[in-house]
Write a protein that binds this ligand. Sequence first.
Ligand SMILES: Cc1cc2nc3c(=O)[nH]c(=O)nc-3n(C[C@H](O)[C@H](O)[C@H](O)COP(=O)(O)O)c2cc1C
Length: 202
Amino acid sequence: MNPVEIAEPLRSRWSPSVFDAAHVLTDTDITRLLEAAQWAPSSGNRQPWRYVVAPRGSAQHQALVPHLSRGNSGWVPRASVVFLSVVELGQDGVELSDVLIPAHDVGQASAHLTLQAQAMGLHAHQFGGFDHDGAAAALGIPDTARLLAGIAVGVRGNPAEVSERDAERDHRERHRRPLDETAYERWGVTWPGLAPSGPTVA
Ligand SMILES: Cc1cc2nc3c(=O)[nH]c(=O)nc-3n(C[C@H](O)[C@H](O)[C@H](O)COP(=O)(O)O)c2cc1C
């Protein structure tokens, strides 16, 4: 029996770390990516997602770059555009327990954006390694919203132009926990219907 397969563009999606620092995305393509996020489902259709759109070289891109972690500062700035996802918490903010569903919804919108990029022949690499408070202040994000993550989008570049570490990352094996440790019928008890699925390493 062949292993269960998933559909494109889910199957071919992965997160490269070598972007082409000369590639430019048109405003129309950037809009298409945002439109994909826009059509994600959300609790009560509240659409709590916001994105700061930072094409390479823009003022907002320059504001972000100094706040990137050391591990991300080599590869993120080379991408054609960075989207910074933000969860909007409303005028009065909300208690922590109320942040979970809006944050879930923003993550789902970002997944849509990421998969739309893959479907357009682009690559997306999400990242959380940056000084969130510093970047939020530099970008004017108010207390009623929280900066969550970045999504770097572009096309793959020449590994000779980046550090050995970043070039090597693109050849690492990708791992996943086996599905029987994810799908339960009761907590901790594997759902018995699982069919043989794809490899845990790609
Ligand atoms: C919220 C979030 C934060 C992440 N933060 C980083 C990061 O700071 N640096 C990085 O190189 N990758 C980051 N990643 C990418 C993950 O490491 C990557 O998705 C994971 O290793 C699985 O690899 P794949 O996307 O190629 O399947 C992040 C991904 C997500 C969703």
